[in-house]
Design a binder for this molecule. Structure first.
Ligand code: B12
Ligand code: SF4
Length: 583
């Protein structure tokens, strides 16, 4: 028809790659447990490009998105859809170092079928930000014709799409020196059918980026910077409303440290208004630091805004270890007050604990975990290996001084020893990691956590489910709880590049035996924990439970027993109170 342009399509398929288990199968589930904010961020940016018709008025940009942790990627079928649309590209989204080998394998397959591929995320950004030259694994991607994107893509996506559509995309886009403002930036969003593949239908957004601290194991500050860049309260309201229109009101706020978001208060005030005056049933999971309780009104407002769980970067209780990694902001003598402050608002606390600081030994770690169990009211403790993540100062130092590090990026998931430890052999470190989980999640301590939860008014079912997942994930599924999901899937043909695809007669019987074993182990664990919870809830004294960890400090200068254990280390810690040192 005269005057009307013939429509064309450009299909963008966004894939957030997972990573491989020790047998070379992709770690994926029927339902995953945590949403991918990188996927939501890039989806929002492509949607903006589609709205703005950046490829011309006659080109419809069509978008598919999936998180490989909960969706099986069929490479030939995706390629067919892109070709059927008349053109398009695959975006490999938010690729972390541990996901890089899987992302490269996907990229290799798409490239073999002639599909353009662009890859972004922390591995690309971290390596380019910190290393003097492109490492061999990134060079391999470039050699395959995969386009790399370093830095943040707000305001830069249209250029990438136009270049790919014109067939002249650059090998590397580097925007690391030019970080976009976040106020009024396009926000993360995903279609409902992508969000509902996450158990509990959690979506996500980052209310800010950047962190003022300088932990040497951290990559974030070298990629997103140390200046707080943040969304406005209006932006956050728009995010909540857009998701609520899709019947989604639970959010993982992915700021690494929401307490250091300079705009935390207007944002929380707006969320409180949405909850209390407009009836939005908002639920939030936040990540915070160990000093957040010092910020007047922060915890109270977070709870009123719907915060039901917080991830706290506790990292360690030995001041010497914390100093060694420049985590000077962690004051161990304030840990209990901080944890109790969250409990008063019925917020579940998760704390990350890093194993393998230079001064750690198997004995010191065992001692520290016992101290935590007795003296700190943490609900969920999760363990990680100290890992030189590409993009961190630790990695850069080892790289430049030629210290050997494991070349297999798949292992940079904080669940493997990737370089030598000064005081522990690799075997000893591995044993320490596995023992840490069993040492913390004993039946006796699980019962204590349940009693503490009941006494603090935390829902029994919630704590029971969390304890079951965190106690069983490593031992039964062999994966960290952060990667956990419900019902593990293993696709016979999707094995790591270079590993043989098993014969169906070998694969399927092995898989059935594997499934039965895992199901039986879960059944036993669930029954055991349910019995413990039944015993606790039946106890009339349970709600009045009090132990050392729940006892608030009352006297001026009073300190925990464990602080005394480290008294000789504390004077070297910035800001330490004098009483702690002599106590
Ligand atoms: C939320 C989060 C998670 C979530 C969700 C994952 C996700 N990516 O959304 C969960 C809980 C699942 C998770 C888990 C893990 N995470 Co995590 N996580 C984060 C966190 C806090 C925020 C991610 C985010 O949303 N960032 C904001 C987005 C917008 O940034 P982005 O991903 O870089 O994306 C931008 C650009 O890179 C670019 N881009 C990205 N992809 C693409 C693709 C294309 C085509 C283009 C053009 C552009 C582009 O555009 C985006 C918008 O600007 C980051 C820290 C951080 N500040 O980013 C750590 C981080 C990414 N995680 C990290 C790690 C190590 C892990 C774990 C291995 C262990 C752990 N303790 O956390 C696990 C394992 C995960 C797994 N194997 O599945 C590291 C990765 C470092 C590295 N070198 O690999 C980080 C950097 C934190 C750290 N400790 O240093 N994580
Ligand atoms: S507090 Fe967290 S985000 Fe900030 S530098 Fe330390 S590890 Fe990184």
């Amino acid at each position: 028809m005269r005057g009307v342009l013939a429509k064309r399509a450009f299909r963008v398929v966004l894939i957030k790659p997972s990573h491989y288990d020790q047998d070379g199968y992709v770690i994926q589930w029927l339902r995953s447990t945590l949403p991918s904010n990188s996927l939501a961020s890039v989806y929002g940016l492509i949607e903006e490009c589609a709205r703005d018709r950046v490829l011309g008025p006659d080109v419809d940009i069509e978008i598919d998105a999936c998180d490989e942790c909960n969706t099986i990627v069929d490479v030939p079928a995706v390629s067919k859809r892109i070709r059927a649309a008349g053109g398009g590209m695959v975006g490999l989204i938010g690729v972390q170092s541990n996901q890089y080998p899987r992302a490269l394998d996907l990229g290799r397959q798409f490239r073999a079928l002639g599909i353009p591929v662009v890859m972004g995320g922390f591995h690309v950004s971290g390596c380019i930000a910190m290393l003097p030259k492109l490492p061999p694994d990134l060079q391999e991607a470039v050699d395959l014709g995969i386009h790399l994107f370093a830095g943040e893509a707000e305001g830069r996506m249209a250029e990438v799409l136009r270049d790919v559509a014109a067939g002249n995309a650059r090998p590397i886009y580097n925007h690391l020196n030019d970080m976009p403002e976040m106020a009024a930036a396009v926000f993360p969003i995903l279609p409902r059918e992508v969000v509902t593949r996450v158990a509990g239908h959690y979506s996500s957004f980052d209310a800010g980026r950047g962190c003022p601290f300088q932990c040497s194991f951290c990559t974030i500050i070298n990629v997103q910077g140390r200046k707080s860049r943040y969304r406005t309260a209006d932006d956050v309201e728009a995010i909540v409303r857009a998701n609520a229109a899709r019947d989604i009101t639970r959010f993982f706020v992915t700021d690494d440290n929401f307490a250091r978001n300079r705009n935390w208060e207007p944002i929380l005030d707006r969320l409180i208004e949405l909850r209390e005056q407009h009836g939005f049933n908002i639920k939030l999971m936040l990540q915070v630091d160990t000093l957040c309780h010092r910020i007047p009104g922060f915890i109270e407002k977070a709870a009123r805004a719907g915060c039901t769980a917080v991830f706290i970067g506790l990292e360690n209780i030995n001041p010497e270890s914390l100093m060694g990694t420049k985590k000077r902001q962690n004051k161990i003598w304030e840990y209990r007050d901080m944890l109790l402050a969250w409990r008063r608002h019925k917020v579940v606390t998760y704390a990350g604990y890093i194993l393998g600081f230079p001064t750690d030994t198997p004995e010191s770690i065992a001692r520290d975990i016992e101290i935590i169990k007795k003296e700190l009211p943490i609900d969920i403790l999760e363990f990680f290996y100290l890992t030189p993540l590409p993009g961190s100062e630790d990695h850069k130092k080892l790289y430049l001084s030629g210290v050997p590090m494991d070349p297999d990026m798949n292992k940079y998931d904080l669940e493997h020893a990737c370089t030598a430890h000064p005081r522990m052999s690799k075997e000893a470190w591995d044993k320490v990691y596995n023992d840490a989980w069993t040492r913390y999640y004993t039946d006796e301590h699980v019962e204590r956590i349940m009693r503490r939860a009941l006494a603090s008014g935390i829902r029994p079912k919630k704590i029971l489910d969390l304890l079951t997942i965190f106690a069983g994930s490593v031992g039964i599924e062999g994966v960290h709880p952060l990667q956990f999901g419900f019902f593990r899937r293993k696709v016979r043909t999707q094995r790591r590049y270079g590993m043989p695809v098993r014969n169906p007669l070998i694969f399927y019987p092995w898989r059935v035996a594997d499934l039965l074993k895992v199901a039986a182990q879960w059944l036993l664990l669930v029954r055991r924990y349910r019995r413990i919870m039944a015993r606790v809830t039946a106890d009339p004294a349970a709600s009045a439970h009090c132990d050392e960890a729940l006892r608030p400090h009352v006297a001026v200068g009073e300190t925990d027993d464990f602080v005394k254990v480290f008294a000789d280390k504390i004077p070297h810690t910035h800001g330490a109170p004098v009483q702690a040192a002599v106590g």
